[in-house]
Write a protein that binds this ligand. Sequence first.
Ligand code: NOJ
Length: 509
Amino acid sequence: MTAPWWRSAVFYQVYPRSFAPSRPAPTGDLAGIEAHLDHLSWLGVDAVWLSPFYPSPQADFGYDVSDYCDVDPAYGDLAAFDKLLGACHERDLRLLVDLVPNHSSDRHPWFVAARSSRDDPKRDWYIWRDGTPDEPPNNWMAAFSPVPAWTWDDATGQWYLHQFLPQQPDLNWDNPEVVEAMHDVMRFWLDRGVDGFRIDVIHGIGKEPGLPDDPPDMARLPHATLNDTARTHELIRGMRALVDSYPGDRLMLGEVYLLSTERVATYYGEGDELHLSFNFPPLYTRWRADRWRAQIADTHRLIDGRGAWATWVLSNHDNVRHRSRYGSENRARAALFLLLGLRGSPVLYAGEELGLEDAVVPPDRVVDPGGRDGCRAPVPWSAAADHGWGVTDPWLPWPPEPERRNVEDLSADTSSILHLYRRLLAARRASPALRLGDFEMLDAGPDVVAWRRTGGAGSGHRIVAVNMGPSPAALELAGTVLVASDGAGEGSPFPGTLGPDRAVLIEPV
Ligand code: NOJ
């Protein structure tokens, strides 16, 4: 049986507001993404995940959707979306859209109706509870700031639940009409030809009956990091059946923001829930070989161990970029060998191929209620003052060193991190062992994470070694260096020593 496309795919996340505009503008748009698809083909990724571009008041920059079946005029229209999808498919790039099923915007007509009266037919599409204005129905906390996950609606005298902002009321998935409405949204995009969905906080949609308090020792954490109930698994199975009824291996890549690989693993079900899930504990792992070995072992035991397929991600629109977290370009380069060399599907975040750090955002330019502006800084395309945007002052400040870290300049420099991304992506594409093969951890001393990939219905084995320590490491590995994080010695025999914060891909003899 051949593996489905998404097992060997490398995903690339595009945050539409920050990627590229098609005309001089402070924010990007869909036509701007289309105009830059050649960059993605040149780089060598397989699939694009588009963060939300739907009509939205932008309280949470698109994750507050006011119409699930349209495009926000700031980003274009449905014709522009169809054109982008066609352009992706012409280049053999798959396209995932972001489904936000846990909550809508408070301006969505569903919530506007629900809020209008207790008797409105849409009232039960959201989660309302009786009470008094001074005491929320339970101890659940919202994300982003330490406030209750409940807002009192004065006009109708009840509380409504929101695991995120008050402008993002949770939908009531216990109401079959909501399930059907969200299935219709999925059909809308599947019928247009998308290759699948990245699904926002999928673990949040089911709620434990009776909405019990979170345990007191956890009660300071956002409830969205704790919501984990059997009900959600049933709902995911319903979505999966719908997706599987379409031809072409359409994909459900879920965001399960539970910080336990053991819990994340359960969302793959018995092959009848998510095809792929994000697994964030590795993203929060420091640059230390012992920590990484432990994360990798957990992932293999808990995800591979149940016959499921892992994902690897180090940066996205919600977290400080790993180039900034790890503190140097050398480490960011070496980290790519984890992303592309471990067993599973990597998800890259636009701009990491430039080695971008988070932008420094002065207090008067902060726009995100969750403090995530830095990693959402616009992608610089050239060294010019407008960095290819047609304006010099986009919606967020530029990331550091845009006059050097931009697509045009780094494309012209074969020693750049951008070229390293391209070389390692090509080496992965050419190796069935790296894409689909088995995994075996190697013992390479305390500071080195090293492993072998074998099989994958193909030719040669591959060995990857990453030195996370402060000194050169002597390694008894014989073979040819295919790709080195600093570009040194590629095509030559491995010299036996790996420098600090360096990584290599070796074809063993
Ligand atoms: C996860 C998304 O990645 C994040 O950006 C958003 O704020 C929350 N879900 C709520 O939708």
